[in-house]
Structure formats: C-alpha cells, structure tokens
Design a protein around this ligand. Sequence first.
Ligand code: ADP
Length: 195
Amino acid sequence: MKLIFLGPPGAGKGTQAARIEAAYDIPQLSTGDMLRAAVAAGTEIGKQAKDIMARGDLVPDDVVVGIISERIEAADCANGFILDGFPRNLSQARALDGVLVEKGIDLDAVIELAVDPEILIARILKRAQESAQDSAQGPRDDDTEEALHHRLRVYEEQTAPVADFYAEKGILRTLDGMQEMDEVTQQIRSALEVI
Ligand code: ADP
C-alpha cells in the first residue's frame, strides 16, 4: 500500500500515520522527522534546514525530493509506505510523480484530513506546551505562535493545491479530521479497505 497523508499542521496526520503503519506494516516516512533528525545530528542538510524550519518555511524542494527518493528504495518499503508531510507543494508533487514513474511505483491513495484552522492553533499550542514540559524532547523550534500562523499560511498557499492535483488523478480521499482520534482511524481504514 503506497499512501500519502495530507493535512495542515496539527491535523493529526502523524498520529494517524503511525497507527496505519502498525496496521499495514508499512513505514511512515515523515520528512519533518527526517529533517529534525538531520538538524539534531548537525549534518549538511540539517544546517541548511535549521533556520528555515524554525521560521515555518519550506526547505528547498530538491532536498526533500532527494531524501524521499532514496528512502523509498529501502528494504522496509517493499510492502509500501506512508508519505507524511511530503509532497508539500505542486513542484514536489510533480517531482514525486517523476520519481515514482522511474521506479515503476503506483500510488494507491492520498488521504487528506480536513480540519478547522481555528481548532488547529489551539491543538498545536497545547502540543507545544506539553512537549515543553517533556524535558527529554523539549519544544519544537517552530511551535511558537508566530511560526505556527506562518506554517498554516504556507499550508493554505502551497500545500492545499496538492489535494487538487491528486483529486484530478482520482486518488484523493478527503476525511473529516475533526472527529475523535479513533473515529478518524476507523474512517481511514474503511477508505483503505475499498482500494
Ligand atoms: P507540521 O505538519 O506540524 O507542520 P512537519 O514535521 O511535517 O510539521 O514539518 C516541519 C517543518 O519541516 C516544515 O515546516 C518545513 O520547514 C520542514 N518540512 C517538512 N517536510 C517538508 C517538505 N516536504 N518540503 C519542505 N519542507 C518540509
């Protein structure tokens, strides 16, 4: 099963992707997690991404396309994968198309979690507070109120059009991300069952 999870910051994409990962035995590939790991490790990519991410802007397309293109070749992707946080603009979506054609891979579905932007701000600020109390992890650099508003704007302007791109291909499934977590998981599983 080759899937993309689409949705604004705070939509619960990461949580749902982790559940589907376990249920279908396919890895969740989060470009945000990979970039944060690169920042923490101080790699070249990490150095390039650090300030961009803290502002809530997008890191350059070639960086994330390169990361994903290599990652989906790994042995654990033999059954498929869940792309979480990628593609995030039309140019990444087109580049991904090229990569998939080259590798002979077909996407099965794009799951979009639709949510109310007002709720998102509250959810993320709560998450930021919780992780600030968790000394092991600490707060994310981009969970400040200012960066959050910027991330939501970037989503509206650059990522929302990606949904239309996949709708035209007939593989977009838009679900209500405002329901209880378990209910959303159930909706996703029902959508995947008919694929
Ligand atoms: P969220 O969904 O909460 O915004 P992510 O963990 O997906 O968080 O991403 C955090 C940050 O990492 C983004 O704001 C951006 O700076 C960077 N990033 C992640 N994925 C991409 C991508 N596909 N293209 C460009 N930048 C990305």
